[in-house]
Design a protein around this ligand. Structure first.
Ligand SMILES: Nc1ncnc2c1ncn2[C@@H]1O[C@H](COP(=O)(O)OP(=O)(O)OP(=O)(O)O)[C@@H](O)[C@H]1O
Ligand SMILES: [Mg+2]
Length: 459
């Protein structure tokens, strides 16, 4: 809608003002006029037009001076300058000063319309990008991390402390715990938030491909390298690079990575030029890097470089207090996306969600809720709407004999847990509930039997 855009036309010649104003109004724009640079400045400050079309040579303050003044307060203004043919050098200077384009007088109306529409098009895109940027920053605000868990709250506090600095961050945690989300939160709460956030999955590419993805390559570096390409380290300049699944990189690349982390410089594959890059590094893994170091599979020096600050994303089982909160959040989200009027979960469904172990963590919860929303026909999600593999038998509803059959949809892990639970329960009964004795009998520590009793809710 052109009527959402205001154009300020500035010229000390009344006939030009009248003509342009009539043409632009016919195109649907809101039009304002000013007869001098001075008047233009006043209107610019009070109205903030989207586009200014301004003559260069005017008796009272000229267009170039006015443009310089305007740019002092607003870097993003869009100005089209008008000039007589003879003064084309001035117009070139105007472009250098940041004018969008210039029109040579006497002008062709069709050409003016075209230039204006290009400028407005750009404005529209800029507006859209600004909205998207704001949404992005908004969605990764720290207080947007939904949590009731003290572990997560501690994590958020740590992020608040370190986000603004440039320290390397290592994010660990099981699959689906939100490592990527945390990486985004760190970046969008840092000083680099307006710079790029570049993600690369180190586990998804072969060594050669990963190397050229990370460092870029020169033309002819290898078969198929027909043009020079910049790598992620270059693209991430002034921003953040997120190295996902860092535990998967080869020893050879570990060495190269170490150098970038230490020196903040590297060469493209097949190149000699040393390229400097200003980046913040965030790495994530669901592997135990410390163990990999002790097994000689991951370089210790690289580990220390990456692990300046470690964020351990807790599994969902370690923060069961978040299950209902997140489930409600996903329910609302997916109900909206699928145009469904679902208001919530019934109590049994919540119980079921809360007692399940969530090996796939938040991602699994999100998938389960999404599926339930899609399948549901009513306004409430019942436990029947949830998948069967959530229904692992708990300590108190056990049958006493073992059956080796795995129920439809039940995982091996769930079955083993079920059996473990039954064995512990039986041993406890045999020992009249004496936990120390039971632990001894089963060859477990007191701590781990207490943990199991809690986990399986055995009373
Ligand atoms: N606290 C949260 N609030 C809302 N959504 C979340 C939260 N934590 C995780 N998620 C969502 O769960 C999904 C998995 O998160 P993410 O991709 O960040 O996990 P990950 O740890 O990187 O997993 P993987 O190890 O498999 O790569 C995403 O869709 C993410 O948006
Ligand atoms: Mg991930």
């Amino acid at each position: 809608m052109n009527s959402n855009y205001t154009i300020l036309v500035v010229d000390d010649e009344d006939s030009v003002l009248k003509l342009l104003s009539a043409v632009l109004k016919r195109e649907g724009y809101q039009v304002l006029c000013a007869e001098s640079g001075g008047e233009a400045l006043e209107k610019f400050n009070s109205v903030q037009p989207d586009l200014i079309i301004m003559d260069i040579r005017m008796s009272n303050m000229d267009g170039i001076t006015a443009l310089k003044e305007m740019r002092k307060t607003s870097r993003s203004i869009t100005v089209i300058l008008m000039t007589a043919y003879a003064a084309v050098e001035t117009a070139v200077e105007a472009i250098k000063l940041g004018a969008f384009d210039y029109i040579i007088k006497p002008f062709d109306i069709e050409e003016v319309k075209l230039i204006v529409s290009r400028a407005i098009q750009l404005k529209k895109m800029t507006r859209k990008i600004n909205v998207l940027n704001r949404q992005l920053l908004e969605s990764y605000r720290l207080d947007k991390i939904l949590t009731n868990s003290s572990k997560m709250q501690e994590l958020c506090k740590t992020i608040a402390k370190i986000a603004q600095s440039n320290v390397s961050v290592l994010i660990t945690g099981e699959s689906g715990t939100g490592k990527e989300l945390l990486a985004n939160v760190v970046h969008y709460n840092s000083k680099r938030k307006n710079g790029p956030f570049i993600k690369i999955n180190c586990g998804a590419l072969s060594e050669g491909l990963l190397e050229s993805e990370l460092f870029g390559h020169e033309k002819g570096a290898f078969t198929g390298a027909i043009v020079q390409r910049s790598g992620r380290f270059e693209q991430a300049n002034q921003g953040t690079i997120f190295l996902d699944e860092i535990g998967e990189i080869s020893p050879n690349l570990q060495v190269k990575l170490l150098r970038v982390l230490q020196e903040r410089e590297f060469e493209r594959v097949g190149g000699n030029e040393t390229i400097k890059t200003d980046i913040r590094v965030i790495a994530a893994t669901n592997r135990n890097l410390e163990e990999m170091v002790s097994l000689g599979k991951f370089r210790q020096d690289l580990y220390y470089r990456l692990n300046v600050v470690c964020l351990e994303a807790p599994s969902l089982r370690e923060r069961r207090e978040d299950i209902e909160l997140l489930a409600d959040y996903f329910l609302q989200k997916y109900a909206e996306e699928n145009n469904k009027d679902i208001i919530g979960f019934d109590q049994d469904a919540v119980k079921l969600l809360e007692s399940y172990d969530w090996p796939g963590n938040v991602r699994e919860l999100s998938n389960v809720v999404e599926r339930a929303v899609i399948m549901s026909t009513g306004s409430i999600i019942f436990s029947e709407d949830l998948p069967d593999n959530l229904k692992v038998v708990k300590g108190n509803d056990l049958v006493s004999s073992f059956d080796l059959e795995i129920a439809n949809g039940q995982t091996l892990k769930a079955k083993i847990k079920q059996m473990e639970c039954m064995l512990i329960k039986e041993a406890l009964q045999r020992n009249q509930g004496n936990r120390v004795k039971t632990a001894q009998e089963l060859g477990m520590s007191r701590r781990s039997i207490l943990y199991k009793i809690q986990e399986y809710e055995i009373d």
